[in-house]
Design a protein around this ligand. Structure first.
Ligand SMILES: [Zn+2]
Length: 294
């Protein structure tokens, strides 16, 4: 196990214990969350060594995202993915004024989003560390997908990270490398869970957005803004991902009950809608941070 010595947001070296969170999907082990005494950044520490983290992704839950839809839940997931991808396309278009914009999706998974962007005139590039997902992404997009950031050489108008940054162990290194690959006035789009959301408060340490130990970092608006400015990235807009409140609440209800049922589905749906309706100061379940290269 590896204990984080220094806060990646403010470089402070003292932390308070925040709580213990269980890994509900793969290992069923319990992990500690700690909070930086200076900037309140929340992180998983101690955590598995980088070389052992891969084992925590070996779950039918994670693989099912790529497999064919069988249950009602999977079919709904497929439908919501299609709707979410169309919504992301509209959003990215809003921030890309170039003629044929270049886009890097870091952590592209099975390539569903990249394929959609290619069909809509974007010059696409992708990075995906998982070999299984990468092979699927190459088949779907028809391009070579890189295993890590060092494979990409060019500069991009847009870089996207959809629920990826919370998984990345070398947080500051990666942000430096991504910033160096942004064109002048290029835009970086980072979607992550928000532990200040109403659903996070409701479910506490059972909140599915913690997803330890896969989520190494747990963001909120204050710490993300500070982290971005550390890399000379200026936050220009924060946008909610409202569908995530439903998905995350349904998962949290499943964890509480020990299994998935119509009851956990319904309770999660109600709780997710309530989270969206009662959110204040943009504290939705997941947030998209739009930042520009200063
Ligand atoms: Zn800190």
């Amino acid at each position: 196990m590896y204990s984080v010595r220094e806060c990646p947001v403010c470089s402070n070296a003292t932390f308070d214990n925040f709580g213990k969170v269980k890994d509900y999907t793969v290992s069923h082990e319990t992990f500690q969350l700690v909070k930086c005494k200076k900037c309140d950044f929340l992180l998983t520490s101690p955590r598995p060594e980088d070389s052992h983290l891969g084992a925590y992704y070996l779950s039918s839950e994670y693989i099912s995202h790529a497999a064919k839809a069988t249950s009602l839940f999977d079919k709904l997931y497929g439908l919501s993915r299609e709707l979410a991808t169309r919504w992301k396309l509209t959003l990215v278009k809003k921030f890309s004024d170039a003629q044929s914009p270049s886009l890097l999706d870091y952590g592209c998974g099975t390539g569903f989003f990249l394929k959609k962007m290619k069909q809509n005139g974007f010059n696409i590039a992708g990075v995906e560390p998982s070999p299984i997902a990468r092979t699927t992404a190459e088949q779907i997009t028809g391009i070579k997908i890189h295993e890590d950031i060092s494979g990409t050489k060019s500069e991009f108008n847009i870089i996207t990270l959809w629920h990826v940054l919370e998984h990345v162990s070398n947080l500051n290194d990666l942000l430096d490398q991504l910033k160096n690959r942004l064109k002048q006035n290029g835009t970086i789009i980072i979607a992550v869970p928000n532990h200040q959301s109403e659903d996070a408060k409701k479910y506490g340490t059972t909140w599915a957005g913690y997803d330890v130990p896969r989520h190494l970092w747990h963001f909120e608006q204050k710490t993300m803004t500070q982290l971005l400015s550390r890399h000379q990235l200026e936050l220009i807009e924060t946008i909610p991902m409202k569908l995530d409140a439903l998905y995350v609440s349904m998962l949290s209800e499943k964890y509480l009950a020990g299994k998935q049922s119509i009851m956990t589905f319904t309770k999660g749906l109600i709780s997710g809608v309530r989270s969206n309706l009662t959110a204040t100061n943009k504290n939705y379940s997941s947030l998209i941070y739009i930042a520009r290269h200063q």
